[in-house]
Design a protein around this ligand. Structure first.
Ligand code: GYE
Length: 383
């Protein structure tokens, strides 16, 4: 199932595999029924012949469309650390509902990589039809993905990426490096527009080893290196409000009076960091002590951009369930699927002093992208 080598032959695979599974279940059921009938005839001492077993086809077709034969999807979700994550979970649950013909096996891996690998192995044991993984970390995947491959179960990766294995069919998610690059390009243009010369920056990173943390860190750092900004510190806040608050409390003590930019790699960390700064008497947001940058642009995050507490928020779009379901539908029909599907992600700002930013994206193209000033409609439309 090498993503670079998807052949038409394989793409017929999932539907064919489901048919084989269905026929096998039917045979086992038929065998069991015959055995039970024979046993009961012996017990009753009857002499009549047993009815032909296993002839009932009414339990549903093998193509997943008839009643009674749901498509079984195992989803190994990261955890429940943030607003983004909750929106992601709801989106996958909606897309793979019973009404839509699915049986979703959902596992919340509680941000524990070992638990996530275990969940995938359990899906293999349970012989689900498809496995969907949102990988907590980007490495350590090849062995278990080989096991999925050997079992003939197609894997779809959503949100975060896997860097050390190509044994999955398709990936749906965000270009985290571009999010980081855009935040750097924005800070450069914003500091110029405001006449701020020295940037002394504290970063609260997302869960270390996740591709979201790696992309956002590297993209922003490219600008920091080129522009000679000082990154005073960069610590893991685990994408949680509590983590953001704790890291910021310690920053406020260690770097009191020395920083004028805080970059939080998601909104929940920013909420925690705001509480910590408030408690330490540090002001943040438009024309305050600290420029506050965040990622995700969830509803609550955008409300803080609108009120001027967060200066800029780089959207990461979590409603990926329907894209994932579309891939499974295509696989069921034996159609070719895209190897990668990128989400569209706007950049939101509190002020209208900059209309757009220009930067070289991760694909090496120079792009000019709009900066959206947050309105009620924008924040209310978010997740
Ligand atoms: O930014 C954060 C979540 O993987 C893109 O994980 C996701 C990140 C998101 O916990 O809020």
């Amino acid at each position: 199932m090498d993503v670079d080598n998807i052949s038409a032959g394989f793409l017929k695979g999932p539907a064919r595999r489901r048919k084989e599974k269905y026929l096998m279940k039917k045979r086992i059921f038929a065998g069991l029924l015959t055995a039970i009938m024979a046993a009961s005839l012996v017990a009753c001492g009857g002499s009549g012949s047993a009815p032909a077993a296993g002839g009932d086809d009414s339990s549903g077709g093998a193509d997943g469309k008839d009643s009674g034969e749901a498509i079984v999807v195992g989803f190994a979700q990261v955890g429940h650390e943030s607003d983004w994550r909750n929106a992601s979970t709801n989106s996958v649950k909606d897309a793979f509902s019973k009404d839509k013909g699915y049986d979703l096996q959902f596992v919340d891996c509680d941000n524990d990589s070992a638990k996530q690998i275990e969940a995938v192995r359990q899906f293999i044991q349970d012989d689900v039809d498809y496995i969907v993984i949102d990988p907590i970390v980007s490495t350590g995947w090849d062995t278990v993905l080989t096991e999925c491959d050997d079992a003939g179960i197609p894997v779809i990766v959503i949100d975060r990426t896997i860097e050390d294995s190509k044994k999955y069919i398709s990936w749906v998610g965000s270009e985290f490096m571009n999010e980081g690059l855009a935040s750097g390009a924005w800070l450069k243009a914003y500091a110029e527009a405001k006449g701020i010369k020295d940037l002394n920056i504290l970063v609260i990173e997302g869960s270390n080893g996740s591709s979201a943390q790696i992309g956002r860190t590297d993209g922003f750092k490219k600008y920091a290196d080129e522009e000679g900004w000082t990154i005073l510190d960069s610590q893991d806040g685990d994408f949680t409000q509590d983590g953001g608050q704790k890291v910021m409390e310690s920053y406020c003590k260690s770097y009191a009076g020395k920083f004028n930019v805080v970059v939080c790699q998601n909104d929940n960390e920013a909420f925690g960091a705001m509480d910590a700064m408030k408690a330490a008497g540090v002001s943040y947001g438009v024309d305050k002590d600290v420029i506050l940058i965040s990622f995700d642009a969830c509803k609550a995050g955008l409300e803080y951009v609108q009120s001027g507490d967060i200066n800029a928020d780089f959207m990461c779009y979590p409603l990926q369930g329907e894209y994932c379901a579309k891939i499974i539908e295509q696989l069921e029909k034996g159609e070719e699927v895209d190897k990668q599907t990128f989400m569209q992600e706007p950049w939101y700002v509190a002020e209208d002093i900059l209309k757009d930013i220009t930067y070289t994206n991760n694909a090496g193209e120079e792009v000019t992208e709009e900066l959206v000033q947050v309105t009620d409609a924008a924040s209310q439309a978010s997740y």
